[in-house]
Design a protein around this ligand. Structure first.
Ligand code: NAD
Ligand code: AHE
Ligand code: ZN
Length: 369
């Protein structure tokens, strides 16, 4: 069949809207009509050529919601007309990691996913006979995409696609980092570095679990109002304080944050986040994705004196199990999504979504097909 998609033909070039060829679902796969997709900073990072796994030409996008239109042989867990969210972290329920119940990092298809192909080693997308790679197993910047059955979460049908798509990455990552990874306890002091599409969800997650001080740190003053809107109690712009940001935050929290989160992807900020965690017990969670070749550093003394450095992917969520629950939280108004979707665009306008993100003018842009 044909599908309309925004294709990343090369790094650092705008996406091009073209009609391309899509093969139907094979065994264990489903064809999904994507109804809406968010644009996450990770899409921009890959398009900018900063992803060590980045492949071109590819169809980016990993934050979508849509409808199953066809299923391949052997598919049992979803059927045509089901509403689904694609999962870049699938849940096979059979691999060592899924069975361990210790992590959400299902390994069953990770190797082929990182190579831009389906589990059988081939791509379903082509343009003028040339292979186009899948991205993060999702490729939601295409109106139709093919996904492994284990990489879709069935969701309730009354959830609006243009909001539910954000649960495909940003919402789940931010809220889940608080509830699943850090397990933030009521009354904790929390410090969030980077108040974008992820950081604001960490803030609303911290509010949800009853954190005490919720301190937001961002170099963009416009983010103060956004942070306060979702529960932030204090705002710090590191460029506007006298002296060192870590000392400033340690003083503000009487010793450091019980939990700190990096939502910037900047390795210097990751160090600041670790070092502003409380001596003896503070935990710092890396959410941001750093560009290829970057490394983190700190004095080992920071860990010797009890701070814990952790990371999280997709907020530690087991997609098929947890994503439908997060959709319920949204529909039951336990968490907010609508105000964070600052821009709704057509597929033709998708490059504007990337510009708005780079200019710090959007929280989330959503493309509606
Ligand atoms: P975004 O562009 O919406 O937000 C980033 C924010 O960080 C902006 O508000 C920006 O002003 C702020 N910032 C930049 N440099 C800063 C600095 N030095 N100090 C303080 N603030 C600074 O991006 P996003 O969509 O929120 O994504 C944030 C990061 O999370 C990215 O690295 C993205 O790739 C990553 N991410 C990771 C996961 C995961 O599963 N681990 C999931 C989604 C996104
Ligand atoms: N491809 C990069 C790694 C990128 C990365 O860490 N991705 C996160 C999700 S970001 C969503 O916006 C993730 O899920 N990581 C776990 C995984 O298995 O990819 C690189 O460095 O090669
Ligand atoms: Zn993302």
């Amino acid at each position: 069949m044909k599908t309309r998609a925004a294709v990343a033909f090369e790094a650092q070039k705008p996406l091009e809207i073209v009609e391309l060829d899509l093969e139907g679902p094979k065994e264990g796969e489903v064809l999904v009509e994507i109804m809406a997709t968010g644009i996450c900073h990770t899409d921009a990072y890959t398009l900018d050529g900063l992803d060590s796994e980045g492949l071109f030409p590819a169809i980016l996008g990993h934050e979508g919601a849509g409808i199953v239109r066809e299923v391949g042989p052997g598919v049992t867990s979803v059927k045509p007309d089901d509403h689904v969210i694609p999962l870049y972290t699938p849940e096979c329920r059979q691999c060592k990691t899924c069975l361990s119940q210790k992590s959400n990092l299902c390994t069953s298809i990770r190797a082929t996913q990182g190579k831009g192909v389906m589990p059988d080693g081939t791509s379903r997308f082509s343009y003028k006979g040339e292979t186009i790679y899948h991205y993060m197993g999702c490729s939601t910047f295409s109106n139709f995409t093919v996904l492994p059955e284990i990489a879709v979460a069935k969701i309730r049908e009354d959830a609006p696609f243009d909001k539910a798509c954000y649960i495909g990455c940003g919402v789940t990552t931010g809220v889940g980092a608080v509830t699943n990874t850090a397990k933030v306890t009521p009354g904790s002091n929390v410090i969030v570095f980077g108040l974008g599409g992820i950081g604001l969800n960490v803030i609303q997650g911290a509010r949800l679990v009853g954190a005490d001080k919720i301190i937001g740190v961002d170099i963009n003053d416009d983010k103060e109002e956004w942070g306060r809107r979702f529960g932030m109690t204090h705002f710090v712009n590191p460029r506007k304080i006298d002296g060192d940001i870590v000392q400033h935050l340690v003083a503000l929290t009487d010793g450091g944050g019980d939990f700190t989160f990096d939502c910037t992807g900047n390795t210097n900020v990751m160090r600041q986040a670790l070092e502003s965690a409380h001596r003896g017990w503070g935990e710092s969670i890396v959410i941001g994705v750093a560009e290829a070749g970057k490394e983190i550093a700190t004095r080992p003394f920071q860990l010797v004196t009890g701070r814990v450095w952790k990371g999280t992917a997709f907020g530690g969520a087991r997609g098929r199990t947890d994503v439908p629950k997060i959709v319920d939280w949204y529909m039951d108004k336990k968490i907010e999504i609508d105000p964070m979707i600052t821009h709704t665009l057509s597929l033709e306008e998708i490059n504007k979504g990337f510009d708005l993100m780079h200019e710090g003018k959007s929280i989330r842009s959503v493309v509606v097909y």
